[in-house]
Design a protein around this ligand. Structure first.
Ligand SMILES: N[C@@H](CCC(=O)N[C@@H](CS)C(=O)NCC(=O)O)C(=O)O
Length: 210
């Protein structure tokens, strides 16, 4: 059932919708949850396709606003409910890398890692997401001397990249490089991460955190 302020998250347990759930927990805004069971194919039901024609979770509605794709959901929520804190302001220099890491998370990290998991490693120069090893190097490079993507400041970009990275480390798709593991530890220690994980993942998934 939708919360009074109108935010509803359509999610499926143990899915990429975890990222949007974590984002809402970081903001501390009230929200309702509707479960779309992707194992039962509910994401392809006509009513849901009207909200998200891609037939995937997550989708978020906030009053009249309908938004899907994790980075878009996080950018929307952070601008609306965490502007200047979880979202750097438009005029801040940090806004550039903030947006870059948002997009990089699902335009590069997620697809190239999915292919790598299938043992498909394409030549980077031919594909927009580049090569798997290059992606790992980019992440290790940016995180080697800082706490979060933008330095000592935690932002919604860490939620989007971190939600992806955390899953990929758990699935052993990303190499266990200390710099990535340390970053993941910093993120998974957050209370909002725990609340979202407890609500959306089977307990064994993040069992080590319990
Ligand atoms: N690019 C989307 C990916 C979302 C996605 O892949 N969702 C999966 C669950 S992990 C899904 O809904 N799969 C169901 C299907 O493809 O039918 C995002 O970042 O939000």
């Amino acid at each position: 059932m939708a919360a009074r302020n109108g935010i509803t998250l359509y999610h499926s347990p143990a899915s990429r919708a975890f990222t949007a759930y974590w984002m809402l927990e970081e903001l501390g805004v009230p929200f309702g949850v509707k479960t779309i069971d992707i194992k039962k194919g509910e994401q392809k039901a006509a009513a849901y396709l009207k909200l998200n024609p891609a037939g995937k979770v997550p989708t978020l509605t906030d009053g009249e606003v309908v938004v899907s794709e994790n980075p878009a959901i996080a950018i929307y929520l952070a601008d609306r409910y965490g502007y200047g804190t979880l979202a750097p302001k438009i005029e801040e220099a940090a806004r550039g890398p903030y947006l870059k890491w948002m997009v990089f998370s699902t335009a590069v990290v997620d697809p190239v890692a999915s292919l790598h998991e299938q043992k498909i490693d394409l030549p980077g120069y031919n594909f927009s997401f580049g090569a798997f090893d290059d992606m790992v190097q980019v992440l290790s490079g940016v995180l080697k001397d800082r706490e979060f993507l933008l330095g000592d400041r935690f932002t919604a970009a860490d939620v989007v990249l971190g939600g992806t990275l955390s899953r990929l480390l758990y699935q052993k798709i990303l190499p266990e490089e200390p710099v990535l593991m340390d970053y993941n530890d910093r993120l998974t220690q957050r209370e909002a991460f725990h609340r979202a994980a407890d609500a959306t993942w089977p307990s064994q998934f993040y069992g080590a955190l319990a």
